[in-house]
Design a protein around this ligand. Structure first.
Ligand SMILES: [Zn+2]
Length: 321
């Protein structure tokens, strides 16, 4: 089985909890993923909304340093992504290929910030987390404004430096600004508002889940633009308590497929960043999830597209060199 996961928070959890990337109680560790024939994993460094400017960059550097140490300690089981073309030639060994992302753009929100991001090997920047930052307004900010001038400028730098813009967590207006930019755009870990509207009972938490998810028009736009949408396993973004496992995940995929997202869908697990139903809570649960989707009628080709190939193709074309 092949897996290309667009989002996890494991790097931050390893740093903050002093945990080993090799073996731990986290959703992702290298032993849990050992069965995979190919494994591309985007490790996001999440920037808390309390940190801005220098403090955000300092925190990013600390988590990044710790992550590199973990990679060096586990040489032979994980390596940093260099070029996608090299990744696929390495089929005999199931080495985890790590891609670094930054969730929240604050560390790089200054003049030549994107050059700094590039120097740390960052390939994906999620523009905001839930609140407002220097680039724009997150889905919880309450603002209906679009991206700030610096956000729009940085998208140009991202396009020029082949760094992917991630619109998960961004508010609606910011999403449309990003989609109209020259940058390559993905929603690394976002689900469908329509499915939540239909299957979740009303609560404050549902209100947030819907703001944080993509409406049908956004799903269509990302598909038409050749982007990616990673299915988020977070319980409250899938469904109601107790109805937030395989079946709920299938509903989101099915709905997005109906909207034409066959070549857009991917996995954006959010492992180690949220609460997950036991059916989905770990990289070792992916074979069972795959078997479930098969039982629902998903064929080999579609399954491989969702679990690996759509994301692989996208990153191959964006990050060739
Ligand atoms: Zn997130």
């Amino acid at each position: 089985m092949r897996l290309f996961d667009l989002h996890c928070d494991t790097a931050g959890e390893c740093f903050n909890g002093k945990k080993s990337l090799l073996r731990s109680d986290l959703h992702i560790d290298l032993c849990k993923g050992e069965y995979l024939d190919e494994w591309m994993q985007i490790f996001a460094i999440w920037i808390p909304d309390e940190l801005r400017g220098e403090a955000a960059l300092d925190y990013f550097k600390k988590v990044h340093t710790n992550f590199i140490e973990q990679i060096n300690l586990n040489n032979g089981k994980i390596e940093m992504y260099q070029r996608i073309s090299e990744v696929n030639s390495n089929k005999k060994h199931s080495i985890c290929k790590a891609i670094v992302a930054c969730e929240g753009g604050s560390p790089f929100a200054f003049g030549d910030g994107i050059e700094v991001a590039k120097s740390y090997g960052v390939k994906v920047v999620t523009l905001t987390w839930n609140a407002e930052n220097e680039l724009g307004y997150g889905c919880q900010s309450g603002s209906e404004n679009g991206l700030k001038p610096l956000g729009k400028r940085i998208l140009k730098d991202m396009a020029a430096n082949k760094i992917v813009a991630d619109v998960s967590h961004l508010n609606r207006k910011g999403f449309y600004d990003a989609i109209q930019s020259e940058a390559a755009v993905i929603a690394s870990h976002s689900n469908s508002v329509s499915v939540l509207e239909k299957y979740r009972k009303y609560s404050e938490d549902k209100f947030f889940s819907c703001r944080r998810s993509l409406d049908d028009e956004q799903i269509k736009l990302l598909s038409e633009r050749g982007g990616l949408i990673g299915l988020n396993f977070c319980k409250s973004f899938l469904g109601d308590e107790g109805d937030d496992g395989f079946e709920a995940a299938y509903r989101h995929l099915y709905h997005m497929l109906e909207l034409g997202a066959e070549n857009t869908l991917a996995i954006g697990s959010d492992f180690d960043g949220c609460e997950i139903n036991p059916e989905l809570c770990g990289v070792d649960k992916m074979p069972a999830f795959e078997a479930f989707l098969r039982s629902k009628g998903f064929g080999d080709n579609l399954i491989d597209k969702i679990f690996f190939e759509n994301a692989n193709k996208f990153f191959k074309s964006i990050l060739q060199n």
